[in-house]
Design a protein around this ligand. Structure first.
Ligand code: SAM
Length: 198
């Protein structure tokens, strides 16, 4: 498994596939273990790297992960099979905003897909959070650009950073959720429903 993870890191580097930073996934895995997380929904599988690590964090963890890019989806399927986690991880090949979920709930929902759609993902998937569950979002620092918009020349990049900043404000102002911002890796947040005792 260690070897496969190294191979995946190498593949991601060569093919420019963004995968989670080591410190961030280590933090999430610690949370999974400490909080007895069993059912996880991930938005944005890429090649399956974070799904594999989350599924192996603790016993009985099940992950459903959604990916809209066919090449990455196929690669994720292959990697998941290679480490024998195909019973634990279900990869859905679809745009997350089109996925129809019914009668399911998750202890942890991990948002790690198109940055410009973070708010839409949160608004859609919050209804599938189990009592006591958490919505985790990655890349809130966006490689150090968040908070430094005026220094960015590329219009495209500035647009993404603006959307992330808007998302951060949305989390801070959200009356239903309390959000903790953690300064590890590229910046992650943990949002939990207010007034809920686990
Ligand atoms: N979670 C992965 C990891 O750490 O190993 C990395 C995910 S990568 C940052 C984001 C992925 O989300 C990309 O592979 C992209 O194709 C996918 N994506 C972006 N928007 C999406 C959407 N609306 N629905 C499904 N997948 C999406």
């Amino acid at each position: 498994m260690k070897e496969l993870l190294l191979e995946m890191e190498q593949y991601a580097k060569e093919k420019n596939v963004p995968i989670i930073e080591k410190e961030s996934i280590a933090y999430i895995m610690k949370y999974i273990k400490a909080n007895n997380v069993k059912n996880i929904l991930e938005i944005g599988s890429a090649i399956g790297y974070s799904a594999i690590l989350m599924a192996s964090a603790s016993r009985d963890v099940k992950v459903t992960t959604i990916e809209r890019d066919e090449i990455r989806y196929m690669e994720a399927l292959k990697n998941i099979k290679r480490c024998g986690l195909d019973k634990e991880i279900n990869v859905v090949f679809q745009d997350a905003l089109d996925v129809n979920l019914t009668g399911v709930s998750y202890d942890l929902i991990f948002i790690d897909a198109a940055k410009g759609q973070y708010k839409k993902f949160f608004e859609k998937f919050q209804y599938f959070l189990a009592p006591g569950g958490v919505i985790v979002t990655d890349n809130l620092k966006f490689h150090g650009y968040v908070g430094k918009k005026e220094k960015i020349e590329s219009k495209n990049l500035r647009g993404i950073v603006e959307k992330i900043e808007m998302y951060i404000d949305f989390l801070k102002e959200n009356e239903e959720f309390d959000t903790e911002f953690i300064d590890v890796g590229d910046g992650i947040s943990f949002s939990k429903r207010k007034n809920e005792n686990k």
